[in-house]
Write a protein that binds this ligand. Structure first.
Ligand SMILES: [Mg+2]
Length: 385
């Protein structure tokens, strides 16, 4: 069996009517893209944007993968088509780990060791695991070494710029069956704590609460916030410091008893190694649509050797990213909990005939061969740009 064709698709799926978004927040507009005013660091699309990869073998098997591309997905697609495809054509898809390393090594001397380039490698790697699962007639987690647990618990992300808005979102997610919630908040500490307190009072002591502040704090502000969150029984504070500030965040992690979670921007063991060396976090959040499953397993093993749990990031990743994360979460010993966006799932799933859906806050182990997403090729063509 040899790889006979490699094709990347940059897709942009227009907004769904049902998405609740981040709440009543002031935003700056740049065409399709927005940046929330005041300290929200990242640029977002109004569309669901991502990069898909379709591999086909000389035996007619097809595998689909995804590299996260929340903005500018044509950049990732061009890397796959122009740089990855020539190295993949004619290769044996069972050489999956070798192929990730071969592609990674092709550009590392030039400093392309993260970002769009490694996202493209992740897209190829996920497509290879989908393909190999189909070749073996087994779900992808079997190819990753088997499952360490029967199913995958998730937390649901939510926003809410005011206490009443956040309470309403939390109550609707509890009604939908979730027992763990993550609040995306980045206002100053006092109003932030007022929102978390209102949600804690509304949901009761049993519901797990997590807070992501998206790198908006300095060390002292993060420690002050973390102590307030500890008093409200919050399990983790995510990304208190900026993505470059491993040493500052290590001070935060040492000062707090709640978990400091981090790392959606870190793609390889070499990047993770630096954060682990300073103990810059308590919970690692790799994203397999950025790392690939091959490198994701290496990151999980590295963290496990330092007694550090994994809570996989999904964020704006699409339906193949969600499915691949379920397989990854099943197949590592040090899994804690998986990220999930309840409101966005059907939107992301509009390029698929079928895909995994959580029930009562948990994904069952997929039974289908490969990643378990049946891609709707006509829909992909319709949304491709
Ligand atoms: Mg985050």
């Amino acid at each position: 069996m040899r790889i006979a064709s490699v094709k990347a698709y940059a897709v942009k799926i227009p907004p769904a009517e049902t998405g609740s978004g981040g709440g009543s927040e002031e935003i700056e507009s740049y065409g399709d893209y927005t940046i929330a005013a005041n300290a929200w660091m990242s640029i977002y699309s109004r569309n669901h944007e991502t990069c898909l990869v379709r591999l086909e073998t000389d035996t007619g098997l097809v595998g689909w993968g995804e590299g996260q591309a929340p903005v500018a997905p044509r950049v990732t697609a061009a890397i796959v088509d122009e740089l990855c495809a020539p190295l993949l054509l004619g290769r044996d898809p069972y050489d999956v780990e070798y192929l990730w390393y071969r592609l990674y090594s092709a550009m590392r001397e030039r400093g392309h060791v993260t970002g769009f380039y490694v996202d493209a490698l992740a897209a190829v790697d996920l497509a290879l695991y989908d393909l190999l699962g189909k070749a073996a007639g087994k779900p992808a987690y079997k190819l990753l070494g088997g499952k360490f647990r029967p199913d995958v618990p998730v937390y649901a992300g939510m926003g809410g710029a005011e206490p009443a808005e956040a309470v309403a979102q939390a109550e609707s997610l509890l009604t939908a069956g979730y027992r763990a919630l993550k609040l995306h908040l980045r206002m100053p500490n006092a109003p932030l704590l007022a929102i978390v307190e209102a949600v804690r009072l509304a949901v009761g002591p049993e519901i797990e609460l997590l807070v992501d502040v998206h790198g908006t704090r300095d060390v002292s502000g993060a420690i002050e916030l973390g102590k307030g969150l500890e008093a409200l029984g919050v399990r983790w504070l995510e990304a208190p410091c900026q993505p470059e500030d491993s040493r500052g965040q290590a001070e935060v992690a040492r000062a707090l008893s709640l978990q400091v979670a981090t790392g959606e921007w870190l793609r390889t063991v070499w990047e993770w190694r630096e954060w682990i060396a300073v103990r810059g976090f308590d919970v690692a959040m790799p994203d397999v649509a950025r790392t690939g499953l091959s490198e994701g397993k290496r990151i999980a093993a590295l963290c496990d050797s330092f007694n550090l749990p994994i809570a996989p990031h999904v964020g704006g990743g699409g339906i193949l990213s969600v499915a691949a994360t379920v397989h990854f979460s099943l197949a590592i010993p040090n899994f804690q909990i998986m990220e999930h966006s309840h409101d966005a799932l059907a939107w992301k799933g509009s390029i698929a005939h079928s895909y995994p859906v959580p029930q009562e806050g948990r994904f069952a182990a997929p039974q289908e061969a490969g990643l378990g997403v049946e891609i709707d090729e006509a829909a992909v063509a319709r949304f491709a740009v």
